[in-house]
Design a protein around this ligand. Sequence first.
Ligand SMILES: Cc1cc2nc3c(=O)[nH]c(=O)nc-3n(C[C@H](O)[C@H](O)[C@H](O)COP(=O)(O)OP(=O)(O)OC[C@H]3O[C@@H](n4cnc5c(N)ncnc54)[C@H](O)[C@@H]3O)c2cc1C
Length: 300
Amino acid sequence: MYDVIVCGSGPAGMAAAITLKRANLNIIIIEKGTPGGKLNEAMQIENYLGFEENFGVNLALKMYKQLKGFNIPYKTAEVTKVIKQDDNNFLVYTNDAIYETKNVIWAAGSINKKLNVENEKRFIGKGISYCAVCDGSLSLNKNVVVIGNGDSALESAIYLSRICNKITIIMRNNKLHAEEYLIDKVKNNEKIELIHNHEIVSFNGNDTLEKITIKNCLNNTIKELLAPFAYIHIGFIPANIALEEFDILDEEKYIIVDKNGETKIKGLYAAGDCTSKEIKQIITAVYDGTICASAIIKSI
Ligand SMILES: Cc1cc2nc3c(=O)[nH]c(=O)nc-3n(C[C@H](O)[C@H](O)[C@H](O)COP(=O)(O)OP(=O)(O)OC[C@H]3O[C@@H](n4cnc5c(N)ncnc54)[C@H](O)[C@@H]3O)c2cc1C
């Protein structure tokens, strides 16, 4: 029986775990992927106080090293389901085990949205990627496409412009929805071209991606682009499927929490990007994790 199970080891989960462990609670972190979560996809972090390097992966490593220093039990597995029992404790299911705990902190962040167009699934890992920082080196000196018009898309394009030949950003409308400094960098980068008012129809090729069919949203004209690599950045969906049977999600499936990070289910807390909140950043994820952990410590 644990005092707390922390699901996810992004900034929110790691901050929560360190706070809990310092209060000597019996905890475990369960993480399905890489410690640091979305930090591993960030090329340029300029706004996290005290961190002057750029790459998110370096911050992820620093956080993980700090976590390891507290000897916090850490299990690599995907949490598939959380249920509340009659005795008010929770069962947390993974692919290969079931854990019992008095409290849960859900800090599972979000996953990259898919376009859901023809052949997208088929070419994932064969030309299609959702993370330029992770896979960009595969497209060294190539002409590549970035799909999307937000912060992540622009960040990707800027990163790829250092290693690729040419970057074409395809966007459905004609406005970039990103921070001004990113927009400036994109506009002043001669390797980056913008194609406005177009959407993706299909990805095409034999074994790997070769061409992308796009449609002009204004006049429905179809055209093909030669592109062996496409990086899709069209937003995120919260990673909350394991909690869907609790009635705690808003209409976009983000978790609704109170000021302590607790849901309306007593003992079930949530922190970070998976929650319903306006500002989704590293610093707010760390804040959320710390707030949940502190509330649990008080309640115990
Ligand atoms: C390209 C990019 C650039 C960014 N740049 C910045 C920036 O410059 N500044 C800034 O402040 N923020 C930036 N962000 C946002 C920032 O990375 C996030 O706000 C932050 O990482 C959220 O932390 P989190 O812990 O809530 O979630 P995440 O970092 O998403 O971590 C969630 C963790 O939970 C794990 N998980 C998910 N589901 C399960 C499950 N079922 N079982 C077990 N584990 C699970 C995931 O594998 C992941 O490790 C950027 C994000 C991206 C994508």
